[in-house]
Design a protein around this ligand. Structure first.
Ligand code: NAD
Ligand code: ZN
Length: 609
């Protein structure tokens, strides 16, 4: 049986003009619908049939197949009938252009009726879904359907059918969903048959099939699609898209980018000018985003070697980087310069490295950075960006994320466009780091390794990086027989390898809980991880023991009692944030993580901190 999908797409829609060309997560609605239909793999071919050159072109550009319909049609089925007239097919499925989340299961159900015992009797099949809310039952926008004992349609109406004269009789109401699967001959028979008055009165196309004696078999669907009829629907659809993307991260085979260019070695910072000069575009400045701890270090500033209209922005890292902060910097750059910058240079610790990555991305992606917190939401390549760490441990110099605190959550801009185009690893730049901070940020690296190496996502790729970084951390923080220079160089490479290790796995319990601290109390990442990790013997017993030894060797105090005065709502929100980081828990504890990481368990742990 040859089965094809046809997506009728009219440009002008009375309620929401041009709706099929509206942006849904960076692509027009109609392209999303097309791709969704293709992804089901239920069809031999998928076509969009349209009266609009704009839609035709956008589908062709997306690598899809589009057909221009020659004539004026007053309904989608006629448009389809014209298109399939000369095609050799058995079943034609009409997929609504404004239902970008057309689910595979719904389509499978419609198609399955053609394999049933009464298949011979079926001219076309369609879908219905149970409705129970009287508001919806009586809403004329929802088309109701009643069926016979074998689920053949008896009638469609905008009125509630059946009418509930006896309210004690239990009846199930069904709403019709506009997906049809036609036998080709039924579709052709029907083509251009004149509309009769019942159809005209109800304004329901499928009544015509009944009026001309066709058998419509109804399949029951449980999935609720989102039809885009209004601008509000579009906003909702955009949200749904982000949510579904978030959980569909491919953990098994990740195809991720690595930093394409990196230079290492004491004094390598002075290569910066020659490295970036080929990237300099006429009149377009480089923007240097630098930790303000270097504000009075004139010698270091001179080495940055700013030219022409390059701009130096000192940024405080007292607080974790925020989406709002990114938006402001981007707005100011756009206001000050007519040309997009030649590049963004981030010089500092994890905070600055993440901020600079985010600024580079948000110069080319519309809206607020908060719109892109999550996995793979960024649509466009950012501006050329260079990362130069001045403290080691986070791995932010290699990673595929830029972690930001937003209005609703603390979550990174995770995308293929996030990693730096160029990194300069100069261990000398880390010389002035205060001892405590050196430890906290260094422990971030140690904890990355522990969480990656003990995680369920671990594979040989991650392991080889994680083990190397873990070993380096042992030499640096436990064994204590390195010169300062060796220690600096090793920690810089540990940070790199630790970051690479999580590129293919994920962090775990300490990070999830530390994000909670950070979101509610503003606790910074490195110290927050240490505060949490100190209490995680249940999850990482051996490694917590080693951590305590490292702490002792270096005389490091970890703050205590920071959660003792939390209000109930702060505690709840801390737990919410921690639990929202699903991939981290999945990595740490496997698919059944929810049974282990209960709200009570998290509360008790937080109370100890
Ligand atoms: P940081 O960037 O906030 O810097 C910590 C402190 O060290 C700051 O006070 C800074 O001024 C100071 N400092 C940095 N370099 C110095 C130098 N050479 N001399 C003197 N002082 C110096 O801290 P961090 O631990 O490097 O980074 C934490 C941030 O990194 C967090 O925002 C966290 O979310 C992020 N992070 C990102 C990733 C990622 O993959 N993108 C991974 C882990 C952490
Ligand atoms: Zn970290």
């Amino acid at each position: 049986m040859k089965i094809i999908a046809m997506i009728p797409a009219r440009y002008g829609a009375s309620r929401f003009p041009g709706k099929l060309m509206q942006d849904l997560g960076g692509k027009p609605v109609i392209v999303r619908t097309y791709e969704a239909a293709k992804e089901t793999e239920l069809f031999d071919e998928v076509y969009v049939v349209t009266d609009s050159e704009i839609i035709f072109n956008v589908i062709e550009e997306a690598g899809g197949k589009a057909i221009m319909s020659g004539k004026e049609h007053d309904c989608g089925s006629d448009r389809i009938a014209e298109a399939v007239e000369n095609m050799d097919v058995d079943i034609v499925v009409n997929v609504q252009g404004d239902e970008p989340f057309t689910s595979k299961s719904g389509l499978e159900q419609v198609l399955s009726v053609f394999n049933g015992a009464d298949a011979d009797k079926i001219d076309l099949a369609s879908l219905m879904t149970e409705i129970n809310d009287w508001k919806e039952i009586s809403d004329p926008n929802a088309v109701k359907v009643i069926v016979d004992k074998d689920n053949f349609a008896l009638y469609f109406s905008r009125s509630p059918i059946p009418y509930p004269r006896d309210k004690n009789v239990a009846v199930q109401y069904y709403k019709h969903k506009g997906i049809y699967a036609f036998r080709k001959n039924a579709l052709m028979d029907f083509y251009r048959l004149p509309m009769r008055s019942t159809e005209a009165a109800e304004k329901i196309e499928c009544i015509r099939y009944l009026e001309y004696g066709k058998n419509i078999k109804m399949a029951i669907s449980n999935t609720q699609g989102i039809e885009i009829d209004t601008p509000e629907d579009l906003v909702r659809a955009n949200k749904v898209l982000k949510e579904t993307k978030k959980v569909s991260v491919n953990n098994k085979y990740r195809n991720f980018p690595m930093v394409p260019k990196v230079v290492f070695g004491s004094g390598s910072f002075d290569q910066l000018t020659s490295i970036i000069s080929p990237e300099r575009k006429d009149k377009a400045p480089f923007i240097f985003i630098v930790d303000d701890v270097f504000k009075n270090n004139q010698e270091f500033i001179n080495r940055m070697n700013l030219r022409f209209n390059d701009k130096l922005l000192f940024v405080s890292t007292v607080q974790e980087p925020k989406t709002e902060q990114v938006d402001t910097i981007v707005k100011n750059i756009k206001a000050e310069f007519t040309y997009a910058p030649s590049g963004i240079i981030g010089i500092g610790g994890g905070s600055i490295l993440d901020l600079a990555k985010a600024v580079s991305l948000m110069l080319t992606n519309k809206g607020s950075a908060a719109d892109y917190q999550g996995w793979d939401l960024i649509q466009n390549k950012g501006i050329y960006h260079v990362g130069i760490p001045t403290i080691s441990g986070t791995g932010a110099e290699v990673s595929r994320t830029a972690i930001l605190t937003g209005p609703e959550k603390k979550l990174g801009l995770n995308s293929d466009f996030t990693p730096y185009d160029q990194v300069i690893l100069d261990p000398e730049l880390t010389i002035g780091v205060p001892k405590n901070q050196w430890f906290y940020t260094g422990m971030d690296c140690y904890i990355h390794c522990v969480e990656s190496l003990n995680g369920t996502f671990l594979n040989e790729f991650s392991k080889s990086y994680g083990e190397k970084a873990y070993d380096l951390c042992m030499q640096i923080f436990l064994e204590d027989n390195l010169t300062e220079q060796e220690s600096r160089e090793k920690l810089m490479m540990a940070s790199w390898h630790g970051g690479m290790s999580i590129a293919y796995s994920q962090v775990g319990v300490a990070h999830a809980m530390s994000y909670g601290l950070s979101y509610v109390l503003g606790t910074k990442h490195g110290i927050g991880n240490c505060i949490v990790f100190d209490h995680l013997d249940e999850f990482y017993p051996e490694d917590v023991k080693i951590f305590k030894k490292m702490k002792k060797n270096h005389n490091i105090e970890i703050p205590q009692g920071i959660c003792s005065n939390l209000t109930e709502s702060q505690m709840e929100s801390m737990i919410d944030i921690a639990l929202s980081l699903v991939p981290l828990w999945e990595n740490a504890l496997g698919d059944d993580w929810e049974a282990i990481a209960t709200r009570d368990k998290l509360r008790n742990l937080y109370l100890k901190m």
